[in-house]
Design a protein around this ligand. Structure first.
Ligand code: NAI
Length: 447
């Protein structure tokens, strides 16, 4: 009998397996496809590989602003995709060898829970059964296909097919101006597609700071992306999208359509119905130790339908394993950084103004254009950006939101301040390297 069975080999599952095995638990991991999950195989990593190539192409095209010209700048999309695939294979092999080093038993196949008591969980996979004292559910999420007319018959892409595209489409309609929509809008626009985004909400990127989301939209509009916000998609056809705005119904003809209106926990056919685990939204409810309503079963990552980010999943996995190993640990969602890898990048952590307004909590805002950072000006000719720090009435930092490069690398500073309970006066005393874009935090505090 194994000490621990893990279903799902994404960031949540493989982190749990590595930490548990290193902590002395006899661990078995089930993965239906490739280790690394959505994040490595068809999400975070492959998109960033493609986006990096698009960024280099952009720099080469716009270098003249910095006094560096290049003629006949071109890209070869098949080579860009081949490089992306090579990176995925390399990182995949890295995870596989980590599992081996730690003596984790890895089974490739679709696992289902055959039965479970609070003493033993029996898992069926590839015609065999396996028993474990405890289980971590880390089965991840899948693309939501909304019940829009035509989705059963029309051809469209999800992020999976968009990543596998061999060529850049001449035009693409993106349904859903969320995180996936914005990253692909940037990518395809950069490589010359006519990109149109159709978003149902009144602004793109709904959970993100609304002022910053609007700045990105305006920036993208300048780069040639067309937006319909507050637009309701009525029908998806092969080569067209029918949608309704305040101006009436419109039909947009398009070479490709990308549907990205969210993801939902992948819980189907796992054999969980009989366990009657308590639910949260469309996922599994957990406590601060990531334990489900059955004390020997934990759930981490996207199956909890909570934060749905790879880095959250990794930390949740650590909390679950530490709990299994008898160490005190608890999950904190207070300062989870969120990044949208657009150009310019967006990053945020902690509370947004919109959340605080909904809660009816009083707050203060300090904000400053990114151009107050010398390094930002040096490296972003003609670029704009914003840094916004949110405090409670006593001055403690409770949120930070920014647009401008390289926000993805800076946001952890604000997360650290929030987790540590620092207030404005304390953060003001921190010494930042000069010149660095990170200094914008300090400048904002004195604004
Ligand atoms: P999302 O939840 O970020 O955005 C979906 C968007 O679609 C929302 O703006 C919503 O208002 C809109 N929408 C919903 N129904 C619609 C309809 N019928 N017509 C038009 N618009 C509609 O979901 P997305 O972009 O699919 O991403 C899925 C998940 O992947 C997210 O939960 C995110 O956590 C994760 N992800 C994270 C990334 C990152 O951290 N950089 C990158 C990509 C994905």
């Amino acid at each position: 009998m194994y000490d621990l069975a893990i279903i799902g080999g994404g960031p949540a599952g493989y982190t749990a397996a590595e930490r548990a095995a290193a902590g002395g638990l006899n661990t078995i991991l089930f993965e239906k496809a490739n280790l690394g999950g959505t994040c490595l195989n068809e999400g975070c990593i492959p998109t960033k590989a493609l986006l990096y190539s698009s960024k280099l192409y952009h720099y080469a095209q716009t270098g003249a602003k910095y006094g560096v010209g290049a003629d006949n700048v071109r890209f070869e999309y098949d080579k860009i995709v081949a490089r992306k695939n090579k990176i995925v294979r390399k990182l995949n092999a890295g995870i596989r060898s980590k599992m081996k080093e730690n003596n984790v038993t890895v089974i490739t196949g679709f696992a289902t829970v055959a039965s479970a008591t609070e003493e033993v969980v029996t898992i069926a996979c590839n015609g065999e059964t396996y028993e474990a004292k405890t289980m971590i559910l880390a089965a991840g999420s899948e693309t939501t296909i909304p019940p829009i007319k035509g989705v059963d018959t029309a051809e469209f892409w999800t992020s999976r097919e968009a990543l596998e595209a061999k060529e850049v489409p001449a035009s693409i309609a993106i349904i859903g101006g969320g995180v996936i929509g914005m990253e692909f809008a940037g990518l395809f626009n950069q490589f010359g597609s006519q990109v149109t985004v159709i978003e149902m909400a009144p602004e793109i990127l709904p959970p993100i700071d609304a002022e910053i989301a609007a700045m990105l939209r305006q920036n993208y509009e300048k780069q040639g992306v067309k937006f319909y916000i507050g637009a309701k998609v009525m029908e998806v056809k092969t080569g067209a999208v029918v949608f309704e705005t305040a101006d009436g119904e419109q039909t947009l003809e398009t070479e490709k359509t990308l549907l990205c209106v969210g993801r939902r926990p992948a819980l189907k056919e796992l054999g969980l119905e009989a366990l009657n685990l308590e639910r949260f939204r469309n996922g599994i409810a957990v406590d601060a130790q990531m334990r489900t309503s059955m004390k020997n079963i934990f759930a981490v990552g996207d199956v909890t339908a909570f934060s749905m980010l790879a880095h959250t999943a990794t930390r949740e996995a650590e909390v679950a394993v530490n709990t299994l190993l008898g160490k005190d640990d608890a999950m904190s969602y207070k300062a989870i950084p969120g990044v949208v890898y657009t150009y310019p990048e967006i990053a945020g952590t902690g509370k947004t103004e919109q959340e605080l307004q909904r809660e009816g909590t009083a707050y203060k805002v300090l904000k400053l254009p990114m151009t107050f950072s010398g390094r930002f000006v040096v490296e972003n000719e003609g670029g704009n950006g914003l840094c916004k720090i949110i405090t409670n009435e006593a001055g403690a930092i409770i949120g930070a939101h920014m647009i401008g490069n390289p926000s993805s690398e800076l946001i952890t500073i604000a997360s650290l301040a929030i987790e540590a309970g620092w207030d404005v006066e304390r953060l003001k005393t921190l010494v930042f390297p000069h010149p660095s874009v990170s200094e914008i935090f300090k400048e904002t505090l004195f604004a």
